[in-house]
Write a protein that binds this ligand. Structure first.
Ligand SMILES: [Zn+2]
Length: 74
């Protein structure tokens, strides 16, 4: 990801980094509520990433779960 595309929540950013490392695609589209998407290209599944999740721990967990589920696809 280019500089400046970091998620402002540290926990979420860390989870996104783990997802990227697992081979998933992270896109940042500067929508107001939506930070971007986590995408598994091989099976075309995606997970929405919010800019300001109510619970950052939950948001990070959701990303980690998606990563674990799709780790073997990439
Ligand atoms: Zn997948």
């Amino acid at each position: 990801m280019p500089l400046g595309d970091k998620h402002q929540k540290k926990d979420v950013e860390a989870a996104l980094k783990r997802a990227e490392k697992a081979g998933l695609k992270v896109t940042h589209d500067k929508n107001r509520h939506r930070w971007g998407w986590l995408i598994c290209c091989p099976c075309n599944k995606s997970e929405l990433v919010y800019c300001t999740p109510r619970n950052t721990g939950d948001a990070a967990n959701r990303i980690d779960q998606f990563t674990e589920k799709h780790r073997s696809c990439a």
